[in-house]
Design a protein around this ligand. Structure first.
Ligand code: NBP
Length: 491
């Protein structure tokens, strides 16, 4: 048998797999391709991969035999049982130190489990977020690998050369242990939900509030794309708004207002609830899609539930548009603040050593949320890797203060108009809560103790004989209840 030639193997010849293979081939690597339906291997070699160095394999055994050691095999298949099935099929042909990489959209608990299972067998596992869709896979995605740390030196060159490059730096770095690569990809997707919802709300305010036509809104987004909001999503929004149907109508106005979702935003919101972190903006973005999905019910409600009389805007239109830009920017700062808070909390819980500057750097290019803004986040974490929250960074602290007046004016006006701004509003509510030394949770604690003997702690300096220091206290509020309290724990 001839010596193995493959630098890396890839299983899964759908859109992501094929494009990633061609990208890695362009970067000088020899890729061995395999797919469950093996006729796709022949089709690929005869068409898209014709004239390249790409090798085909028609069985898992052949794939493994063609790979240099340690073997590196990327799976780009449907997330879930297909990944476990391929790992099982690969195992008999792998040797100690070989690396299985899952590049699909797997849920991070699966990646934690797979890392543990493979490491127990002397193999290495990497769960890598891959972002950027078809275009990214072909020309440079954002790659977020995490898992068995020992695998990184062996895959680093291939991953960093294949990834998108921004200012000569790859949008790929080692994220951390076990399921952290897929965790970070999940948070990326959650943030993407948030960014999209914020843009949609700005569009709604410009259209229904100010009464501006799509073609002019496109120009506003194009202008915004030259400033602090410079990003892929703002750019494509301008393009979408300019795109007309054959009759000259903006095509976007003909699209049914029912948003779909594939679950990664929901996973992020659930992870936030599990971690007890207030990731409110992503949550609202997911709920906004849920509300959009009940179109028929909304149509019925619109006939019987009246909002306020929508008065025409009498203020300075350009000033309001500038305010809206600031509102979008400030809300985006809050969303990323929340996303990084979530990663920090989970890293603490799961004992991951996350590289936050590296994560922001990975998202600067190749992915859907790529933006200039992520360069500023990278700088913030480079200055202080232990930054508690972005709002403690000087740059973002100043930016949010500057944006604050316009942000408040926009939300107040949208409220008066009756135009929903769940993402803008929750961002501001978080901001006001986060900067409050005192919040009304004292009353919540009193209520909990009143009806359920859940106890409370006393404010430092207000202790007395009835309210002792550093102890869970229960008060008999009504004179009727007993003195026994419930156990105190946080769920
Ligand atoms: P798909 O998600 O459509 O998956 C197609 C591949 O999965 C084919 O190779 C197919 O083999 C294989 N497959 C399926 Br489906 N069920 C299988 C099973 N039960 N056992 C074995 N193989 C099975 O492809 P994709 O859109 O290229 O995405 C690949 C991965 O990358 C997914 O996890 C996706 O979530 C993720 N991702 C996608 C994008 C994107 O923009 N599309 C972006 C980022 C990440 P067959 O040919 O034999 O049916």
């Amino acid at each position: 048998m001839s010596a193995p030639v493959g630098d890396i193997g890839l299983i899964g010849l759908a859109v992501m797999g094929q494009n990633l293979i061609l990208n890695m081939n362009d970067k000088g690597f020899t890729v061995v391709a395999y797919n469950r339906t093996t006729s796709k291997v022949d089709d690929f070699l005869a068409n898209e991969a014709k004239g390249t160095k790409v090798q085909g394999a028609h069985s898992i055994q052949e794939l493994c035999a063609k790979l240099k050691r340690p073997r590196k095999i990327i799976l780009l298949v449907k997330a879930g049982p297909a990944v476990d099935s391929f790992i099982q099929q690969l195992e008999p042909y792998l040797e100690k130190g070989d690396i299985v990489i899952d590049g699909g959209n797997s849920h991070y608990p699966d990646s934690i489990r797979r890392t543990q299972e493979l490491e127990a067998k002397g193999l290495l596992f990497v769960g890598s977020g891959v972002s950027g869709g078809e275009e990214g896979a072909r020309h440079g995605p954002s790659l977020m690998p995490g898992g068995s740390t020992a695998a990184w030196p062996a895959i680093k060159e291939i991953f960093q050369k294949t990834a998108a490059q921004v200012n000569g730096e790859p949008c790929c770095d080692w994220v951390g242990e076990t399921g952290s690569g897929h965790y970070v990809k999940m948070v990326h997707n959650g943030i993407e939900y948030g960014d999209m919802q914020l843009i949609a709300e700005a569009y709604d305010i410009l259209k229904r509030g100010l009464g501006i036509h799509e073609s002019e809104i496109a120009d506003i987004f194009t202008t915004w794309n030259k400033g602090v909001l410079d990003s892929f999503l703002i750019e494509i929004t301008a393009n979408i708004l300019k795109f007309n149907d054959d009759d000259g109508e903006p095509l976007v106005t003909k699209i049914l207002d029912k948003a779909g979702q594939k679950g990664t935003g929901k996973w992020t919101a659930i992870a936030a609830l599990d971690a007890g972190t207030a990731v409110t903006l992503i949550g609202e973005a997911v709920f906004a899609r849920c509300l959009s999905a009940i179109k028929e019910e909304r149509v019925r409600a619109s006939k019987v539930i009246n909002g306020p009389q929508r008065e025409p805007f009498r203020g300075d239109k350009q000033q309001f548009i500038d305010d809206l830009e600031q509102a979008l920017y400030a809300s985006k700062i809050i969303s990323y603040t929340q996303g990084f808070m979530l990663m920090r909390e989970t890293a603490k819980e799961l004992d991951w050593n996350l590289n936050y500057a590296g994560i922001a750097r990975m998202w600067r290019g190749g992915c859907i949320i790529k933006s200039v803004f992520l360069g500023d986040i990278t700088s913030a974490y480079e200055k202080n890797k232990d930054l508690e929250s972005l709002l403690f960074d000087n740059f973002f602290n100043k930016a949010v203060h500057k944006a604050q007046p316009g942000w408040r004016r926009v939300i107040a006006q949208a409220c008066l108009w009756g135009i929903p701004t769940p993402a803008f509003s929750t961002a501001l509510a978080f901001f006001d809560g986060y900067r409050s030394e005192v919040v009304p949770a004292n009353l919540l604690q009193a209520q909990r103790d009143y009806f359920g003997a859940h106890t409370f702690r006393v404010v430092s300096g207000k202790e007395n004989a009835r309210l002792p220091k550093d102890r869970d206290i229960h008060i008999n509020w009504t004179g009727r209840g007993g003195n026994v309290s419930a156990s105190s724990y946080s769920a």
